[in-house]
Design a protein around this ligand. Structure first.
Ligand SMILES: [Zn+2]
Length: 502
């Protein structure tokens, strides 16, 4: 009982675990809540300096709703934060383009599975891009990985963790003594439920399908067991293994995937590897509306495309980050509008500081110390289980400190620090309007950048700064990096975080 209370507290309000480790060992610690062991766990990558991530992607049979957008945005922030902390990140998110729901939709609409999947994958890509989500390193589709899936199943049959019967293949759940641990269930308690839908070819009611035989009127793919299609769980295990190797660091998905999907994924992978496939299981909270889970099957999903007609992309993106990723997010029109108004404070400050020239000036006052310590405070907040809600609180504190600095008559220093801090925070949270690379209209701009790079190389910083000001005044955002200057054109929507129309 005591233990349960303790873990609950850690889960809801992580203590300053990473601060403790950092003070103790003097090293960077990123702590992540692990669903399997139900506690905060230090992220120790399998390969030093390299974090590998797999998250379960969408089944492309309908429009993208907010329940899809949330994990996309959350993992985008996790990935950006890990990169900021110096890790190389390999991020895989699949598309489940062979699935019973897709087959069902194809039947209802008379369209092919391929054309439905193509349409909704394209929509998902476009909308997540609009939400400033960087595409994953790999976005494998089941249809392109059937060989790996069949091979995986074949190995499980060889080691007698699986058996074929009447053209289907099933996993022998009783072979895994840990079955149920991830989702916190007991196999004996579960057995009652499994008996409701008896399949005469299964040895035991709890066994689940790795390969499903196709009926005559169903689409199917060739396999050693006849025409059929893979089960959902084996698809993810096989793709994660192919793209990240047998063991990887973080496995993500919504809380609703804990059972049966991730429980079964874990059982399959443990059977194949003889050990844990994943270092930390990470589950994000669900989106609800009036307390009810948002899902397609319940037909209460908020369509992301429609939402972006009413709100700017960065308002929608950051609204999804306004609570900790493990907490449920209850969607509410009034709350997203309110959030947009809060965000406008950050944007007004950005407008005020975006042209501020850098300065080394650091006054002695308290507000200035706050601005100077911002970056480490902000990043260490995210080190603790990627707490974006607290990270936003740190940003709002910084905004307030900047205004105190401006009011105290030290506007130049305050603006310079605020500009730098906002760029740091934006590089992870993405609260400023999305940026688009300058294109062909930028011939003159490109020439100016070239001249500016040259001036910087020659140490002629006065000339370089003048060229930068010309670019900024022409509407470009100028970002200096190790490989020279990059140019972006900020969207015009940038100063309008409130709803576009209502
Ligand atoms: Zn999955």
């Amino acid at each position: 009982m005591l233990w349960e209370n303790l873990t609950w507290k850690v889960a809801v309000a992580p203590s300053r675990v990473s601060d403790f480790f950092r003070m103790w060992g003097g090293v960077l610690v990123i702590a992540v809540y692990d669903s399997l062991n139900r506690r905060m766990t230090e992220l120790v990558p399998q390969r030093p300096g390299h974090v590998s991530i797999y998250t379960c992607g969408v089944t492309p049979y309908d429009h993208t709703h907010l329940g899809h957008a949330r994990p996309a945005v959350v993992w985008d922030v996790i990935r950006r934060h890990l990169m900021r902390r110096g890790y190389i990140v390999s991020y895989v998110q699949n598309f489940t383009d062979i699935d019973d729901k897709l087959i069902q939709r194809s039947r209802e609409t008379g369209r092919s599975i391929e054309s439905l999947a193509e349409e909704y994958i394209a929509e998902y890509h476009a909308l997540t891009l609009e939400l400033s989500v960087e595409p994953p390193d790999f976005a494998p589709r089941v249809s392109g990985n059937l060989d790996a899936i069949v091979d995986y199943i074949r190995r499980l049959i060889e080691s007698e963790y699986a058996y074929s019967a009447d053209g289907s293949v099933y996993f022998r759940v009783s072979r895994d003594p840990e079955y149920g641990r991830l989702s916190g269930r007991n196999l004996n308690d579960m057995r009652e439920g499994f008996r409701i839908d008896p399949d005469p070819f299964k040895e035991r009611a709890e066994d689940f399908a790795l390969w499903k035989k196709s009926q005559v009127d169903e689409p199917g793919w060739e396999s050693p067991w006849g025409k059929g299609r893979p089960g959902w769980h084996i698809e993810c295990s096989a793709m994660a293994r192919r793209y990240l190797g047998a063991r990887f660091d973080l496995h993500g998905g919504g809380m609703d995937l804990l059972f049966p999907h991730h429980e079964n994924e874990r059982a399959q992978s443990r059977a194949l590897l003889g050990g844990e496939p994943v270092s930390i299981w990470v589950h994000s909270g669900l989106i609800t509306q009036g307390g009810v889970k948002m899902s397609k099957s319940l037909k209460n999903g908020v369509n992301v495309g429609a939402l972006l007609e009413r709100y700017s992309p960065h308002v929608v993106r950051t609204y999804l980050l306004s609570v900790h990723y493990r907490s449920p997010l209850d969607y509410d029109d009034a709350r997203i509008s309110e959030w947009g108004q809060g965000l406008a404070r950050i944007e007004r400050l950005w407008e005020e500081v975006r042209l501020a020239p850098p300065t080394q000036d650091l006054p002695e006052e308290e507000w200035a110390q706050e601005l100077a310590l911002f970056e480490e405070r902000f990043l260490s907040t995210l080190d603790e289980d990627f707490n974006t809600a607290r990270a936003f609180a740190v940003v709002f504190d910084m905004v307030a400190a900047t205004y105190r600095g401006i009011e105290s008559g030290r506007g130049e220093a305050a603006r310079a620090w605020a500009r730098r801090n906002l760029l740091v925070a934006d590089s992870i949270l993405g609260f400023l309007a999305p940026v688009k690379p300058a294109t062909t209209d930028g011939y003159l701009a490109d020439t100016l950048v070239e001249r500016r790079n040259q001036a910087r190389q020659e140490g002629n910083f006065q000339w370089a700064d003048m060229l930068r000001d010309v670019l900024i005044q022409s509407g470009y955002e100028v970002l200096d990096g190790p490989h020279g200057t990059r140019l972006f054109r900020r969207e015009d929507t940038h100063a309008k975080p409130t709803p576009k129309k209502q």
